[in-house]
Write a protein that binds this ligand. Sequence first.
Ligand SMILES: [Zn+2]
Length: 457
Amino acid sequence: MNDLVITGATVLRHAVGGGVEFVPDTTIVIADGLFSVVDDADSLDARSAVAAATLAGGARAGALIDASGMVAMPGFINCHTHSPMVMFRGAAEDVPESRWFNEFIWPMEVNLTDEDVEVATWLAAAEMIRSGVTTFADHYFSMPSIAKVVDGSGLRAVLGSTYFSSDGGGGLAQSLEFALQYNGASGGRITTALAPHATYTVNDQDLAATSVAGLEHDLLVHIHASEDRHQMKHSRERFGHTPIETLRRAGMLQNRLLIAHGIGIVPEDLPLLAAGSGQIGFGSAPRGYLKNGFDTTPVRLIDSFGIPVGLATDGAASNNTLDVWEAMTFMNLTQKARENDQTYMTSRQVLGHATTKSAAAVQLAGTIGSIAPGFKADLILVDLSDPRSQPVHDYANTIVHSARSSDVDTTIVDGRVLMRHKKILTIDVPAVIAELAPRLARLTDRSHGTSIQDYDA
Ligand SMILES: [Zn+2]
């Protein structure tokens, strides 16, 4: 029995070798949450699936979607975020990161309850579904509250419960407990990670213990490392080596590892990363880098070692949006500028980072990131009829440079329709906004004079 049949779409597909192509008039059949058929509308499989869906009640019964004139592409994967931080969107701007952490974010985070985190995550989930994000890799506190939202919203997520060494021995223990308890939850939509905060907030001993626990339980480790050049230089001055060498010494390059940012990655780091037997990926969030006056992730260098770099937004307290579409456009622009090379990071290349490379970065290669038989049925339908997207000479160029996340018409995860014709079906957005509003004064109060942590990277 098929869950859903989608007809008439132009589909973003991956050719053998990974290149992106757009195939018109393709029928997509979803069964048991997976793509079962992705084929020309005239094929026998496509025609019989359409006939069966029509018999089952067609569009009225939710068995058939006519996507004529739309582009179907894999849902976006946010490879690194702190989703509940939407609650602090715009609350701390135009300050250096040490003041951003020490005077704003960490004092405000003292105020959070599990319930605050849940309410904010509902808002984040709505923003992500609206903008075509189907999977997010989250790194935050009160993770069971976030898991509850993943469950209810229908999104897919890779969840890691954050800890610092200042939490004492209990930090890793609670992160591990969460990871073991929730891995595979919500029908497999939740996978988990261990989430040490960073190489400068978690000491060598705790990093080593994390590596051991990750290997023992085959868990991904998600961490901030070499976040910017200043941090890399400071690490060299203080310890005589880069943050990546810190990870290597802790054994962590043997783990499955997701590194946030990596702007400070230098050529000497790459052989270390490539020699690790672990599967390593990066999440790059270029919008926030521009805002902070940082350089950006050296994608070309990392790519040349076969290490995947996926797209990310980081938290909305720094990036202001969870819009991965925007991250895609910024990656294209900032990489061209960084390399001073107009021929580098073409629209098709950045679509590769947005799809299969993002899936690989969050350790879900072969599971999500492609509209192909056997993959999880996570996709979006995009309407390119807006004047700014017309005419279409090349779908890749139109999507990267002209279309916007607001053109996403339909969002589907695991074969379930979460948004149709821009209406979110699993979240009451006005109710969430009303629930968050009365909390804001308390959440942003810094008069208590305490902080969850001290930033000294
Ligand atoms: Zn982050």
